[in-house]
Design a protein around this ligand. Structure first.
Ligand SMILES: Cc1cc2nc3c(=O)[nH]c(=O)nc-3n(C[C@H](O)[C@H](O)[C@H](O)COP(=O)(O)OP(=O)(O)OC[C@H]3O[C@@H](n4cnc5c(N)ncnc54)[C@H](O)[C@@H]3O)c2cc1C
Length: 384
């Protein structure tokens, strides 16, 4: 069985590592920091099919099928709840967006319902009576991001995966169009396959191979409350994605801004930190309290900001590009990859062991961006 290097201990790299050791491969996972240090720790943790691009919906549905018994498979508690996703409309224009969304996603076979104000408040009394309606997907939900990444990591290690936190992969070594291994902290590590699941920083490895993915980084800020009374079981989004939020099982609110321009600062140390602009606090509180007024009473314990690896079409690259044998890429999840982690892990496994054809990956091919040099221009539908 092949020797595989996985670059990145986010949900994509860890899910791939787990799936690969489960079929007998030898796997080494490298991360500059540690598991879930970047997007997979910064995330809201929404597990949703609703609001997805049609190209991504089949993967999201396959992922949700896997989430239901993922905790059992990994033998760990991952905090997965399937209590639904409400995407609310605050204006007549937003209601029209929601109506169109429901029509198109129902046509794709998703159980997405159109609710009026009364129906929204019947299932989520904490939502303001000022909202005009919402889409509701009962099979959406959320999971605990850190617990999920840790569960994948522990399960992979139990089956023999080698985990090397605090270790940056500096370069992928190739000869005659084939992967030979990687250089990590100055040491050569031979490998038949390298999976680049390095999120926003993947291009540092791909650019020298002339395979950079066009990515335009954006920022999202997050407020997290103290434990409190549970008043909301669904994940809440809004039609124009300018905020989103949920409560964790212990009642903590976890609420995000919409997508913001990134100020360009990412400091290192033991964990990467994206400083939060002061303006984000007011923005999150003002927007989310129009949807869930009692959020104004939440006691905030933490805030952070995270970065989003936005591609030109807001779809990821999940591919084994033909230019280099043994190279597999999974990045550019554009702010909605957490849900997809379990299924992407299986796709990456199959790309490595030669079973990739069973998946429809055309929308996610690396080559679709050939000749794209400018900024990513896609609008982002974020976790709501
Ligand atoms: C605020 C926020 C809210 C979000 N909400 C949702 C949501 O509700 N639902 C949803 O589905 N998605 C959501 N997302 C998106 C989702 O979190 C990401 O798409 C997903 O976590 C990406 O996982 P990843 O493994 O590709 O990347 P990451 O988690 O970023 O992992 C990449 C890892 O690679 C490591 N690395 C990079 N370069 C190297 C190198 N050279 N050597 C070694 N290690 C390296 C990094 O340290 C990092 O740990 C959100 C994102 C943010 C920021």
């Amino acid at each position: 069985m092949p020797d595989i290097v996985v670059v990145g201990a986010g949900i994509m790299g860890l899910a791939a590592a787990y799936e690969l050791v489960s079929v007998g491969c030898s796997v080494t996972v490298f991360d500059t920091y540690a598991r879930a240090a970047m997007a997979s720790g910064w995330t809201l943790g929404g597990v949703r099919q609703s609001g997805r691009d049609a190209a991504e919906l089949p993967l999201a549905r396959a992922a949700v099928a896997l989430w239901s018994d993922l905790g059992e498979r990994l033998d760990a508690s991952i905090g997965y709840r399937q209590d639904g996703n409400l995407r609310v409309a605050r204006t007549v224009e937003e209601m029209e967006i929601i109506r169109r969304l429901v029509d198109s996603q129902r046509a794709s076979g998703l159980d997405l319902r159109l609710l009026d104000t009364g129906q929204v408040r019947d299932i989520a009394p904490a939502v303001s009576d000022a909202v005009l309606g919402a889409s509701f997907c009962p099979t959406d939900g959320y999971a605990d991001p850190l617990a999920t990444c840790q569960a994948y990591l522990s399960a992979a290690r139990r089956q023999g995966a080698d985990y090397r936190p605090g270790t940056t992969v500096e370069r992928i070594e190739c000869r005659d169009g084939r992967v030979q291994g990687v250089w990590a902290n100055g040491t050569f590590v031979p490998a038949s396959h390298v999976i680049v699941a390095a999120g926003l920083q993947g291009n540092a490895l791909l650019a020298p191979l002339n395979l950079a993915v066009p990515i335009n980084p954006h920022m999202v800020s997050v407020l997290r409350g103290m434990p409190g009374r549970q008043i909301l079981s669904q994940v809440i989004g809004v039609a124009n994605a300018d905020c989103a939020g949920r409560q964790e099982p212990d009642g903590r609110f976890r609420v995000t801004s919409g997508v913001l321009p990134w100020h360009g600062v990412l400091s290192g140390g033991t964990r990467p930190v994206v400083p939060t602009p002061a303006s984000s606090f007011g923005r999150i509180v003002e927007r989310f309290t129009t949807v869930v007024p009692s959020f104004a009473d939440a006691l905030i314990e933490e805030c952070w900001s995270g970065l989003i690896d936005l591609t030109p079409d807001a779809l990821p690259v999940i591919d084994a590009p033909p230019e280099i044998d043994g190279l597999v890429i999974a990045m550019g999840f554009s702010g909605h990859g957490f849900c997809l982690g379990p299924v992407v892990g299986q796709v990456l496994r199959d790309l490595v062991i030669g079973n990739g054809r069973q998946w429809t990956l055309d929308p996610f091919r690396h080559g679709r961006f050939e000749g794209t040099t400018g900024d990513a221009g896609a609008s982002l539908t974020l976790h709501g």
